[in-house]
Design a protein around this ligand. Structure first.
Ligand code: FAD
Length: 329
């Protein structure tokens, strides 16, 4: 699909990871699990699963995460939002995911519910992602001392809680959160999230490497020390480009828009999107990005083509291809 030559892996320290969303039908679920098998096979650092606005996909998100836990050794990361929740509800949500074995989270405030604006009173007990980060740590800590072996009648039984340190990622916005008043506010928010205990940031998607590289420089100057992974997406059609610009509020990338419009078939459009993502990924890694986080749209071919194009994954069958993870059922 891509015309870029596949290079040997020379960026050994760079990580890669993927984002999926919960399936909306049983056919989509079957297709998703097949894609997960392909993504797991290249040994990503983690695979994250989105959480529908106001908890609308709570059960579905959890079943995708549980599927990964049962069938692979890849770390599943749960997106969680806190808008509209009481402390008790948010704590219960965190416990439910920890009980299922999930120990990596992407803590988000979430968007206002449909019909509400940022000025409305929609938040609930937690006002920001930083407060959710603190709550995840608090809930996790409550659980640490508990072991079956502490309970009379269960001497020496295997520990059933997840006392190891949880990974708590947060969102970062290289071009500013659509509602923020200034870049400084965004940097302050990111710093506050790290102070609350976040240990990884994942960016909103963007289209120019200097947007990310400049943002990281400003974040470092402001005191942010955690890893900031750039989130990128191969955009495979003009329609998808339109949709993601609508969702993210990012400025239109003119050359990508032009080339997608000029491509005369779906295959040619996909090749344009993949080439742009490879160029962006290359510039990010050259600029010192610690890895790439791929928004997959629940597909595996395009994200894997991007990773092969930037040399983070070998060609299928080549000696540089990482060993296959345990096959998914
Ligand atoms: P916060 O970091 O809490 O900030 C939100 C806004 O409020 C920012 O403008 C910030 O500057 C401002 N702010 C925060 N604290 C303060 C303060 N103390 N004083 C003044 N202003 C403040 N949404 C979903 O519903 N489900 C998902 O699965 C999901 N996944 C995402 C994944 C990524 C990588 C990204 C980048 C976004 C994702 N989102 C998701 C969208 C996210 O919910 C929205 O961006 C939401 O509007 C804000 O969430 P946040 O975690 O960035 O909020």
């Amino acid at each position: 699909m891509t015309t870029s030559p596949v290079r040997a892996i020379t960026r050994a320290d760079a990580t890669f990871s993927f984002e999926l969303y919960p399936p909306r039908s049983s056919e989509a679920e079957t297709a998703l699990y097949a894609s997960i098998a392909e993504l797991v096979a290249v040994s990503p650092e983690f695979i994250s699963v989105t959480y529908g606005a106001s908890g609308s996909t709570r059960g579905l998100s959890l079943s995708v995460l549980t599927h990964m836990l049962r069938n692979s050794s890849v770390e599943p990361m749960a997106h969680l939002t806190c808008v509209g929740s009481s402390y008790a509800e948010a704590s219960q949500l965190i416990r439910e995911f920890l009980d299922a074995g999930v120990t990596s989270f992407l803590a988000l405030r979430g968007d206002p519910p449909a019909g509400a604006t940022e000025d409305d009173d929609f938040l609930g007990d937690l006002g920001s992602a930083g407060e959710l980060v603190q709550l995840i740590h608090r809930v996790q800590k409550e659980r640490e001392p508990f072991r079956f072996s502490d309970v009379p009648g269960f001497p020496g039984a295997k520990r059933v809680t997840h006392g190891e340190k949880v990974t708590i990622a947060v969102a970062a916005f290289p071009n500013g959160h659509p509602r923020s008043r200034s870049v400084d506010q965004d940097l302050d928010t990111l710093l506050a999230k790290e102070a609350a205990g976040a240990n990884l940031a994942i960016t909103q998607l963007f289209f120019h490497a200097d947007e990310y590289l400049g943002f990281v420089e400003r974040a470092r100057a402001a005191g942010v020390t955690m890893r900031i992974l750039p989130g990128i997406m191969p955009v495979l059609s003009p329609r998808r480009l339109e949709r993601i610009l609508e969702l993210t509020g990012e400025a239109t990338p003119r050359s990508l828009e032009r080339e997608l419009a000029a491509a005369d078939s779906q295959g040619a459009q996909a090749a344009v999107g993949i080439r742009h993502a490879i160029e962006l990924g290359d510039q990010l890694l050259e600029g010192g990005a610690p890895g790439l986080h791929l928004y997959t749209f629940n597909q595996h071919q395009a994200p894997l083509a991007v990773l092969r194009g930037v040399g983070l994954v070998g060609d299928p069958g080549s000696p540089t291809t990482p060993p296959r993870e345990k096959e998914l059922a």
